[in-house]
Design a protein around this ligand. Sequence first.
Ligand code: SF4
Length: 247
Amino acid sequence: MKASSVRPTPHPDPLPEGEGRRANAPPASLRVTEIFHSIQGESTRAGEPCVFVRLTGCPLRCTWCDTAYAFDGGTDMSLEAVVDQVKGYGCPLVEVTGGEPLAQAAAFELITRLCEERFDVLIETSGALDIAPVDSRASIILDVKCPGSEMDDRMRWDNLQCIRHKDQVKFIIGDRRDYEWAVDVVKRYRLTETCPVLFSPVFGLEGNDERHPVLRPLAEWILQDRLPVRLQVQLHKFIWDPDMRGV
Ligand code: SF4
């Protein structure tokens, strides 16, 4: 769910059979791209050690997606094996991410089991799938896809009615048009009255060597508009190589 200039396959593949489609009998296993221990790079929890469970597959194709390697492949793991591996890191904060983690039916059960194990659970999700069934003990980081992603028409607006004080809403901004669109959504849904709202500049743009070409303009727009949102960058991309996996 990270953002960069990498341009993935333009047309989304349909969800594989059994992923995000069978509400009645969730499979006992998940397809997993990677599980790793790192520093949380985004959200209000940025800087904290965190275990990431990156599930495989995503029905979206954001123009700036940098986790296209999670679109397919992966390894089948039982829920028990995932939970055991997470436990092995001895870290109380866990993020379930992707890809789009909620595209796999068993992800909901995984989230519940992690909550039952008393982990502090974050869910990073695209905004395109229903978050209502997510265990209420978990905290959601909900992306709202701006027009520059070319996925804005996939937004499930009902999700914004489910957002609670402990959740967060994130916009990835590529230009002034994205910014104005995001401001309109923030005001229309009065998001800053409900939860932290994160504005994040797209990392890199095609044909531009700057890592964050929109960062400074974005900061200035926020200040000019007296907008009570949180500007964030992807901390892990400053610590490690931006293309490095597993961090
Ligand atoms: S929603 Fe899917 S395509 Fe978009 S940034 Fe996340 S993983 Fe990439």
